[in-house]
Design a protein around this ligand. Structure first.
Ligand code: SAM
Length: 415
């Protein structure tokens, strides 16, 4: 029997490399805390080092030209990753579990039991040497053309791209926001870059109980700083047009507790999660399942504040979602850009005169950021930039200075 951690990470790798899909948020939801930690470590290593793992395997195959089925690749990658980088996993467990995995009809390729056993046994005879060999392979093997494009988007000048890539290839640290007053859990510390942001000190325990009790939430530093915009005009009606899972809806509700808050989400399952999250935090918002463009186009009373946290490539999130490095080239960026532009136009139509529109994307690509903002200002003469952040009307944390997600925000007001 394959253990739940190895089986969950193998399922996720099949989704990514077999079906070209992203790893779903809930991929490890059924695992115990311990199993989830191991599964996350294995999956993270395989995704971040897939290119090098495959390059290690290739010369060891009888017929490298023909390659091996994905089920064998996954079992071998998982086994090698554990042997090389997870010293806490016993050699016996790493090898045997990989053999069990390849023997599994759904996740493996049973005829390759012998092959997997032979390669891993040999590799396991000197785990240090295995690690050194894998790390000696070119890191460029893991840096796909899409990763290169993201780095260029983040840093138009080449200086610092290596440093950024190194950071993006390590598991990210979570950031938190308190939801109730009171003492903070051990190991959480305030960060001055956002009004409520809390970072976790190295080695501190994850504040599971504090989160479960609704006393705090996970929210990336750049998302929090984005929501620290300065805006003095009265706000009585707010629309969060792309709201799930509700991190920014929560920030809006806390910031403008008296305003009527409307939250849209087109995916029913995500809308349900949004509702659950808001209910757990005691937030009163009218959640509607629907496509934001169509909903806004129906017309109705205008909003004083619209947040459009638009669907995007997610290029700023590759540290948290390393599979995007391997999937980015399949994205239809042109389609995303036209959706963003359409949503922006519809948001403008629903914005009250003198109101604030915040457009945000968790992406470093200029096509989804500056280019969209510039085009909006050019085609809508009633729209002007609004100076709401210290940096002005454009919020773009420095990728080398800020940990966490890559983000861009633009603030507009309507004449
Ligand atoms: C970037 S995420 C939003 C994150 C959220 N603002 C937060 O801070 O927690 C975008 C969300 O918008 C939803 N979405 C994408 N396109 C949409 C559309 N056209 N109408 C409504 N929701 C949409 C996605 O399903 C996704 O949940």
């Amino acid at each position: 029997m394959v253990t739940p951690s190895r089986s969950a990470s193998a399922h996720a790798l099949h989704l990514v490399f077999g079906e070209g899909q992203r790893v779903p948020d809930t991929w490890d939801a059924d695992l115990s805390h311990e199993d989830a930690s191991l599964a996350q470590a294995i999956l993270g290593l395989c995704l971040r080092r897939w290119g090098r793992l495959m390059a290690y395997l290739n010369p060891r195959l009888k017929n490298p030209e023909r390659g091996i089925p994905l089920g064998s690749q996954v079992a071998l990658a998982q086994g090698l990753a554990q042997l090389a980088w997870l010293p806490g996993v016993g050699t016996h467990a790493a090898v045997n579990e990989a053999v069990e995995l390849v023997a599994n009809r759904e996740l493996g390729f049973p005829p390759h039991r012998g092959l997997v056993n032979a390669i891993l046994r040999k590799a396991s005879s000197d785990r240090e040497a295995l690690r050194a060999e894998l790390e000696g392979l070119s890191p460029a093997l893991d840096r796909t053309p899409w990763a290169e494009r993201i780095l260029k988007g983040a840093l138009p000048q080449p200086e610092g791209r290596e440093q950024l890539w190194t950071r993006l290839q390590t598991p990210p640290s979570p950031w938190f926001r308190p939801l109730t007053p009171g003492p903070l859990p051990e190991g959480l510390e305030r960060d001055a870059r956002a009004s409520e942001a809390l970072r976790i000190l190295p080695g501190a325990p994850f504040p599971r109980t504090w989160l479960q009790e609704g006393r705090g939430m996970v929210q990336d530093l750049s998302s929090q700083a984005l929501m620290d915009f300065r805006w003095e005009a009265p706000v009585t009606r707010i629309l969060d047009a792309c709201a799930a899972p509700g991190g920014k809806t929560t920030a809006l509700a806390r910031r403008f507790p008296k305003a009527a808050l409307f939250a849209l989400e087109q995916e029913p399952r995500r809308a349900q999660r949004l509702e659950e999250n808001l209910a757990a935090r005691g937030i009163n918002a009218q959640v509607t399942v629907g496509e934001a463009g169509a909903w806004m186009a129906k017309g109705g009373r205008p909003f004083d504040l619209i947040l459009l946290d638009a669907p995007c490539s997610g290029s700023g999130t590759i540290q948290k979602h390393p599979e995007l490095v391997w999937l980015g080239h399949t994205l239809d960026l042109g389609r995303l850009q036209s959706i963003q532009a359409r949503l922006l136009d519809q948001a403008v139509a629903r914005l009250a005169s003198g109101g604030l529109l915040i457009y945000a994307v968790c992406s470093w690509l200029p096509e989804e950021g500056e280019a969209q903002a510039k085009a909006l200002l050019a085609r809508r003469p009633e729209i002007h930039s609004a100076q709401v952040w210290e940096s002005g009307s454009h919020f773009r944390p420095d990728p080398l200075e800020w940990p966490g997600e890559g983000f861009q925000g633009f603030a507009f007001t309507k004449a």
